[in-house]
Every structure is written in structure tokens, then in C-alpha cells.
Design a protein around this ligand. Sequence first.
Ligand code: ADP
Length: 558
Amino acid sequence: MKSKRKKFWSGNNRFRLMLTLELAVMLPAAILIYVNFKYLKSFEHNKVLEATIQRDFQYMLAISEKRINEKIYTMTEEVRNLFPSPESETELDKERKLDLILSKRPWLAHVFLYDSKKGFLFRSQPQQLGDKSFCEERERLAGMYQGWFGMQARMLLDDMQQKNPPITCYSEHARRAGGYVYMMSALFSLPQLSRDREVLGGAVYDFNYLKQTFFPEMLEELVTHKLNGEGGKQLAMMIYSGKYEGELKDRLLAASAGWGDGRPEVSHSFADVFRGLALGIKFQGTSVEALSRHMARQNFLILGVLSLLLIGGLIMAYRSVSKEVELARLKSDFVSNVSHELRTPLALIRLYAETLELGRIKTQEKKEEYYGIIRKESERLTALINNILDFSRIEAGRKEYDFRETDIAELVRNTLDAYRYQIEQQGFTFEQSIDSDLPAVRVDREAIERALLNLLNNALKYSSDEKFLGINLYRANSVLKLEVVDHGIGIARREQAKIFEKFYRTGDPLVHNTKGSGLGLSLVRHITHAHGGEVEVESTPGKGSKFTMSLPLAAAAG
Ligand code: ADP
């Protein structure tokens, strides 16, 4: 009744522990993993990341435009400062000054000076005047600006007055036979002139210079020095005509290295100097979408690995908790088994001793039988107590072995002789095969004897129908083998490794009806290990078992 109650409680505890583990740890962990996966699955690519990158790109492009504009303004201001003064100089001097500006600055196609009082001077790069289309362009531009300034110089000047530096850029964008032509003129007012004077200067930038030198250099500078991409990714930028429809590659004016042939992730139209053109930006060799997909995949992977770790940890925790619970159960079984085992022989010894004391037993034969029983029971008691003491020494790490040169054959033979009577009395067929020419080995006699006795006792205890006991001692190469064979109940394969653990007893009903502490085999294992050896079991349920202690000759002898 008591033990049943105990079992019920320990079972209940175990159940409660497992329930806690499942409800408090497993369930939240599973939900956490599930929710995270769902959340990640809900967007295949990382939209937040994409939006962030795009915002960064917009910002970079705005800054880039500003830098390009600043550069043009600086260059134009330089030119403006070199312009002849409309008041003091003669027309010839002015022309010469303008030509000088052109000769020092091959990146200008034309420069011009409009003066409402003194007329319009329009000078062009002399070495290009041989080009027919250049001359046509020059005629057109000269006519256009003269006409325009004639009508609107005042308004243009008023506009410029608002700005610092007083420069307005005007661009023309045309499709020509050879592709697109982009004309950018910077118009400016001249310093130190009275309000009523209408004078305007201007410079037309050379298209080839813009396309082949200015834009590529600017882009390269912007990409390499000024801007850093997301996660160290290299950026690429390009400038293209934003005015016309058509294939991007036909509209491309300039691109930084590594642009490849993709589309820009983000575009930005120039709003001041280079009206009609646009800036494009992207990552070199990848797209934002690919990048964000990659990030999403990476997140998945990280989550996967974390989940696996979590699950692994939980399984380990679950296992160690079950192991602890199992050990606690085994320990409580052990206590009840041992107390039972101690009580039985003591009761028997007392009973027989009292009977003898009373002097009621008359025949010598009977008396001897009783003495025999008392001796046998006290031996059993001693064996059990020795086991428990040894076990507690081992557990406390205090077990010491006394290795001595030993004739092991003799040791085994003597031990068996002491038990032969008992073995045969229990109805066992007993076979022993001990090689006689075995070398002397260094072992702890008492320990080896105890191991052999434990194996021998098990063979006796766990045999039911066929009572057979075989002991073999022989040498196999450099190993000494001691085998204990029985034809008893055997051990199921899945339990064969566990029986060497402390307190473990198999679930066989015969084992439950047999007294035992579950310590014997754990001692045998400890003893063999201490001798540098191994203990193994071969067993078939219902057929019998064979326990083999292998002791290395060299190590044991050393
Ligand atoms: P016990 O005191 O229970 O015999 P042991 O450590 O010696 O403890 O053995 C552990 C368990 O291994 C036993 O309870 C039994 O289930 C099993 N066992 C040991 N030897 C044998 C054997 N020769 N035949 C069948 N089962 C065995």
C-alpha cells in the first residue's frame, strides 16, 4: 500500500513537472517560433529595408545635384570674373578678352556679351569653326540670344539680382542626327554697372566636354568619395536625358564605373542647371530587391538556426529533467529494495539462531542445516553491505584499489570453489573452463572477486527454467576474458546498455520478484574500468545471457 502510494506520488510529480515544462517552456517557444515565421513569411522581401534604401538614394541624388550645380556655378563665376568691363574697354579689347577666355578654356563652345547700348558680341572656339554644324549652331544661338535679350534683358537681370551668384542657366535639349545634343548656357550679369544699364554675359558649355569629361568625372567623384552605400555595397550613378522617351541606353549621357546595364533604382530630375537631364542611382551588380530578398532570406536562416538551437536546448532540458526524475524514482526503489534485502536475512538468522538456542533441535544433521542457513544468510548480508559500502565509496570518489601480482586462475577457482556447493544445491548445472597457463596479472583481488560474485549471483537469481551456469577464463591476445554464462531469462536489447547504470533494474516481472539493489552491475563496470578493461553483455530474452569482463594484460600487469 505504502509503495503504491509512493509510486503514485512520484508518477504524479513527474507528470506535473512535464506539464510545467510543456506549458511554461515548450508552448511559448513553439508559439514564438510560429509567430516569427508567419511574420517573416508575410513579406518575402524586406519592404522596410527597401524604403530606407530608396529614401537614402533620393537624398544622395539631391546632394549630388547640388554638388554638380555648385561646380558649374564656380566654373561660371571664374569666367564671369574674366569678362571685359562693358564701360571702359573698346569693342576690340572686349573681343580679344573674350577670345582669351575661350583659348584658356577649351570646355567652352561660345562666350557672348550683350550690351543694349553697344551691341552684341558673340565669340566661338576658333578651332571648331571649321565644323559646319558647329557654325550653324553658332548662327542659331547668336540670333536666338540677341533676339531674346533685346526683348527680355531687363527681366532676366531682375531675376539674377535675386540670386547669389547672379547666374541663370538655360539649357536646350535637342535630338540631332548623331543622337541627342545638349546645350547648356550660363547667363550672368556683370558687376559694377548702374541699374539702368542692360548688360548680360554668357558662356555656352561644350557638349562633348560635358559628356566626356565633366559628367563622368563628377559621377566618379560622387560615387567613390562622397557617398557610402548600404552595408558597404558599391554604388553606381548615371546621367541620362529625362526628356525623351526611348531606350535608356540611347539616352545615357554618362555613367560611373560598374553601372552595367540595369535600370536606376531611383531617379532624380535636375531642376536648375541641367534641366531636362536626370540622375540615376543603383547598387553595383545587384538590385535593392535582390538585396532585400537576400536580407529576408538571411533573417529566415537566423530564425531557423535560433529555432533549432531553442528546440535542441529544450530537448536537452527535457531529457535531463526526465533523467533526474527517473533517477529519483530509482533511488526510492533502491531504498525500499535494500531495506527489504537487509531485513530478510536478518530475520532468518535470528529465527534459526533462536531455534538452536532453545535446544529443541536434536539431530546433528538438522543442526548443521541450520548452521548452514545462518552462514549463507550472513554471507548474503555481507555481500550486500560490501556492495553498498563500495558503491558509496565510489560515489564519494574515495574508492581505492590495491593492485597486486595475482594468479588470476587461482583466484577465480578459489572463489568458485567457495560457492560450488551453493550453486549445485540450487540445482544448477555448473561448468567451468579455466586456462591453466595464464600469466600473473596485477589486480585488486577483492574487487575482482566481488565483480565475479555479482555476476555469478545475477546468473543464479535471473534463471528460471533452465538452470545452467558457465564460467570461462581465457586469454585472447593481450586481453584476459572472464565470462559468466547463464541460460536464464535474458535481457531485452534496449535495456542492455542501461543495466550497468546505478539502481537500474529491468522491467521483467521475474526481476521484480527477485531481491536486488540495482548496484551489482554498476560496481562490476566500475571495477573493470579501474583495471583498464570493459564489461559487455550478450543476451537474448528467454535464452540467457553472457557477461564478459575483458581485462587488458599489459595494463593490468603494469
Ligand atoms: P540487481 O541487484 O537488481 O541484480 P544488478 O546491477 O546486478 O542489480 O543488475 C541490474 C539488472 O540487470 C537486474 O535487475 C536485472 O534486471 C538485469 N540482470 C543482471 N544480470 C542479469 C542476468 N544474468 N540475466 C538477466 N538479467 C540480468
